[in-house]
Design a protein around this ligand. Structure first.
Ligand code: MN
Length: 202
């Protein structure tokens, strides 16, 4: 198997670990098993407020920035911009990245949980990374705020291809729910974005 840690080169290159508050690899002591892979969503108050959607695949966190995540409305297709792979340790990260550093702004863990691949027949024949390359990922999420089936779909084939994160239409879809408004706080600490900014800037 490809050494997934090699995939983290971009992550390392974008950051000065003497300045940023984000974790490097091997920091934080987290160990995950591939039997129950994790996903999580950070809400990131950077120059543009967005969600960072990350799923554990082959030892790293595959990542997308989602500017307008609705998460429960199956009629909405949410643009998801691929970002660099993140180390698993990032799943524990909440804090304020200093202004001037890459991604400067307050980050809170808006949601986290487990996921399973819904295309079981492919599980033994293709690695998760290969599925990402093929741009057809359907997963079942189960977390504090979200539940149900989701699709990550790439449209187009060039480097500028767009990805969409879509809540699939199942019994868990509910356009009346608005977890962004109803449940805005961190699932790790219960903090509001204001509290995270205040706390971590002291
Ligand atoms: Mn971000």
């Amino acid at each position: 198997m490809l050494n997934s840690r090699e995939n983290l080169k971009k992550y390392r290159e974008k950051r000065d670990f003497n300045r940023t508050t984000e974790p490097g690899e091997g920091k934080g002591g987290l160990r995950w098993t591939t039997r129950c892979p994790i996903f999580f969503i950070q809400k990131h108050d950077a120059s543009n407020l967005h969600h960072d959607f990350r799923i554990e695949i082959d030892g790293v966190l595959k990542s997308w920035a989602v500017p307008k995540g609705t998460f429960t409305d199956s009629s909405k297709k949410c643009l998801a911009m691929p970002t660099e792979d993140h180390p698993l340790e990032h799943a524990n990260f909440e804090g304020t990245i200093p202004e001037g550093e890459y991604g400067g702004g307050a980050v809170r863990i808006w949601d986290h949980g487990r996921y399973r691949n819904l295309k079981k027949d492919e599980a033994v024949s293709k690695s998760g990374s290969q599925k990402i390359e093929d741009a057809h990922v359907t997963i079942w999420l189960e977390s504090h705020k979200l539940k149900g089936s989701y699709a990550l779909i790439r449209t187009g084939t060039t480097d500028k291809a767009r990805w969409l994160l879509i809540k699939m239409n199942d019994e868990e879809a509910d356009p009346r729910r608005d977890p962004n408004a109803a449940e805005p706080n961190s699932v790790k600490t219960g903090c509001t974005p204001e509290e995270i900014r205040e706390y971590y800037q002291k």
